[in-house]
Design a protein around this ligand. Structure first.
Ligand code: HPA
Length: 235
């Protein structure tokens, strides 16, 4: 047990898939894992452990934003035996060069967030993925004939902004898309010398306001979920 996760020792796998939404974690467990067991439901943040193609895997939610994923990933890395966390989520594209349903394997996450400075004294405003998960995802994508882009994304603290146009940090690092969690996950992984990757599906195009509809979401996320699971099998 950790403060925010009630799984017993040994009930969390070494490799973890982490969507933002607890019901997405349940959907993945119910539809993709063999013999999933609910190992934590503290605050309704569900964690399930089961197998995929005989590989043990945990799928559990991060909640939204750097503070939330910061807590869950830190406890998984430090109080359980987690080696690698792959965040799977959605993002808003800053550029019309990206299309709805595109997949992004995040190379670098930049942020105005004070998370890494407050937690660890880091002065930098961007962190890279860590470990081999990023490369395994790219090679697995090739084998599955999936087109996956990689680059820098922006982990913002604000979903609803008054400012028109791109935030300064997005221009500075030419960030492709907005989400809200990868920065804290990568900062934790760097500090704790663990592995972390983030795989995103483009769910909206910020300049044109195009969006994947609520009905399309489940189907839209399937390639990302399968890619992440297949990558874990190889790790
Ligand atoms: N901003 C932040 N997070 C997101 C977005 C966005 O536009 N779309 C999906 N997740």
């Amino acid at each position: 047990m950790s403060l925010h996760i009630s799984a017993k020792p040994g009930e969390i796998a070494k490799n973890i898939l982490m969507p933002g939404d607890p019901l997405r974690a349940k959907y993945i467990a119910d539809n993709f894992l063999t013999k999933p067991k609910l190992v934590s439901s503290t605050r309704n943040i569900f964690f399930y452990t089961g197998t995929y193609k005989d590989k043990e895997i945990t799928v559990g939610a991060s909640g939204m934003g750097c503070p939330s994923i910061g807590i869950y990933s830190y406890e998984l890395y430090t109080e359980y035996e987690a080696d690698c966390i792959i965040r799977i989520g959605t993002c808003g594209a800053y550029t019309k060069k990206l299309n709805l349903f595109d997949l992004i394997n995040v190379d670098i996450a930049c942020s105005e967030s004070t998370y890494a400075a407050c937690a660890f004294g880091y002065k930098t405003d961007r962190f890279k993925h860590r470990g081999n998960a990023f490369d395994v995802i790219n090679t697995t994508a090739k084998e599955l004939n999936l087109d996956v882009k990689s680059g820098t994304i922006h982990s913002g603290d604000v979903f609803y902004r008054t400012e028109k146009g791109k935030p300064a940090i997005v221009k500075k690092y030419k960030a492709l898309a907005a989400e809200m969690e990868a920065f804290a996950l990568f900062a934790n992984a760097r500090y704790l010398k663990k592995s972390a990757a983030t795989l995103l599906t483009v769910s909206d195009i910020i300049p044109t306001h195009e969006k994947i509809s609520a009905d399309e979401r489940e189907k839209a996320l399937k390639p990302m979920i399968e890619l992440a699971l297949e990558a874990v099998v190889k790790m």
